[in-house]
Design a protein around this ligand. Structure first.
Ligand code: BES
Ligand code: ZN
Length: 447
């Protein structure tokens, strides 16, 4: 497909050029500029739109003129992106979008700028073709998803009346393959934390004090090693108490999908997989909880050797959670676990990071059936029913506060490199996303 003249490309590229990295305060001006750009895009389409302050990065809200008797659909997405490092591994700069063989490369190309813009331009197309939409529509596009949506819950509480809706539609999840779309009915939740251990006041000569001084790096290694047992189950007592077992229909349905352990091996380009015994890779990624070390530090990290006992050591940990685990409960269990096994010779500090509940939806509800019809028409084939391992921390709260059902209709491909160098999104998916938006609103209006 030669799509270099696709009519939506200039706006897509404009959107991608904003360096809207939410986790790093240095980028706040770019995050704000990106929100302003969205507002003017919505206004040019004839929607009423505004930038709403939240205490963190702003939320953009846009809507058509509501009419009585029509269903209200809220489309959620995020305009913030993940950091770009390691930047030297990008073929071209992350915020200078590039089109190659029908695929756009840039940070945010898939997650989530490409996917949310496909919805926005789908709406624009319907408005151009028909003069109006089949539903009352609200866009809520936030700027803090990639840093945990810390300020959005309070905003939702304060605006629950204006944001009242029947349904929440989201494209921020994945497809099985370019040929096989999916309705995602479950996402994992998350709890993240940093653990820091302190020994002596300063770094010490390991010859003079080795065998005498507490070594926080050694102790940290022992604590982290204790997180898993030999079957690679999380060894924190009580961790699995609230875990819902996989249902038979899920196990058998997922076993039919063209995603086996070899597929994962190829996807991650590793010679072996690792994880909890007794489950397939797919089951582990979608429906089992984990404990992961995301980063580890302390002591000498430079070239060559340095005979030193570090004064401190730290690790960044995250736990992916499944229904019905709660981040607050997992925090208590993990804290108690480390407090119990950490020797008194080192001081331990724990700092809490992200928290988000896992999500489970009904893929058989009448709205879910409508979404499945829209997916089937947009892609020409019936969607798979899947759960996924990633998290969209605010969704559980969004559903609770607005009292609406969630539909996750992902456009991301397994090799989209979200969060990684050379993130990419095919124009074919962008176009399918626009089509999906048009079909979805029609189907939901009649459902
Ligand atoms: N789009 C992802 C979530 C996702 C990834 C859903 C893969 C399904 C499959 C989202 O933008 C994301 O990356 N969320 C973060 C949240 C975290 C920073 C609190 C995640 O899952 O790491
Ligand atoms: Zn993401």
């Amino acid at each position: 497909m030669d799509s270099s003249n696709a009519p939506f490309l200039p706006e897509y590229f404009e959107f991608l050029r904003f360096q809207s990295i939410s986790t790093d305060p240095a980028y706040a001006p770019q995050v704000n500029a990106c929100a302003d750009w969205l507002v003017s895009k919505f206004q040019r389409m004839g929607l009423s739109a505004q930038v709403c302050p939240t205490g963190g990065h702003p939320v953009v809200i846009a809507r058509n003129e509501p009419k009585p008797g029509r269903r209200t659909v809220l489309i959620y997405g995020h305009y913030d992106v993940q950091p770009v490092d390691p930047v030297e591994e990008w073929t071209t700069p992350p915020f200078e979008p590039r089109l190659e063989n029908g695929v756009v490369f840039a940070r945010g190309a898939t997650d989530n700028k490409g996917q949310i813009l496909a919805h926005i331009l789908g709406v624009e197309k319907t408005l151009r073709e028909k003069g109006e939409l089949p539903v009352n529509l609200i866009f809520l596009v936030e700027g803090e998803e990639e840093s945990g949506s810390q300020n959005l819950a309070a905003f939702l509480e304060a605006h629950r009346q204006e944001l009242k809706c029947d349904l929440i539609a989201i494209s921020d999840t994945g497809m099985i393959s370019p040929e096989l779309p999916a309705l995602t009915y479950g996402l994992r939740g998350i709890f993240s934390m940093e653990i820091r251990l302190k020994g002596a006041e300063s770094d010490l000569h390991s010859g003079i004090y080795g065998g005498v001084a507490p070594n926080p790096a050694t102790v940290l290694a022992r604590l982290l090693a204790a997180l898993h047992d030999d079957a690679f189950r999380v060894a924190v007592p009580g961790f699995y108490d609230a875990v819902m077992p996989l249902q038979d229909w899920e196990r058998s349905g997922w076993a039919q999908l063209p995603v086996n352990d070899d597929f994962f091996k190829m996807a991650i380009r590793a010679h072996a997989l690792m994880g909890e015994a007794g489950y397939s890779a797919l089951e582990r990624a979608w429906a089992r909880p984990t404990a992961e070390v995301n980063g580890i530090g302390g002591g000498y990290q430079g070239q060559g050797d340095k005979t030193v006992i570090p004064r401190e050591a730290f690790a960044k940990l995250s736990f992916r959670l499944v229904p019905d685990q709660k981040p607050e409960a997992v925090e208590r269990l993990v804290r108690a676990f480390f407090e119990k096994i950490c020797p008194p010779e080192v001081q331990m500090e724990i700092t809490i990071g992200h928290g988000g509940d896992p999500l489970l939806c009904d893929p058989h509800s009448c709205y879910a059936l409508a979404a499945r019809r829209a997916l089937a028409k947009a892609w020409g084939t019936e969607p798979a029913l899947i759960r996924e391992g990633g998290s969209i921390p605010i969704l559980h709260t969004l559903r609770g506060v607005l009292g609406a059902e969630i539909l996750l209709l992902g456009l991301a491909l397994p090799d989209c490199a979200a969060h990684a160098p050379n993130e990419n999104f095919p124009l074919a998916n962008f176009e399918a996303g626009m089509r999906l938006n048009q079909l979805l609103l029609e189907e939901l209006a009649k459902a």
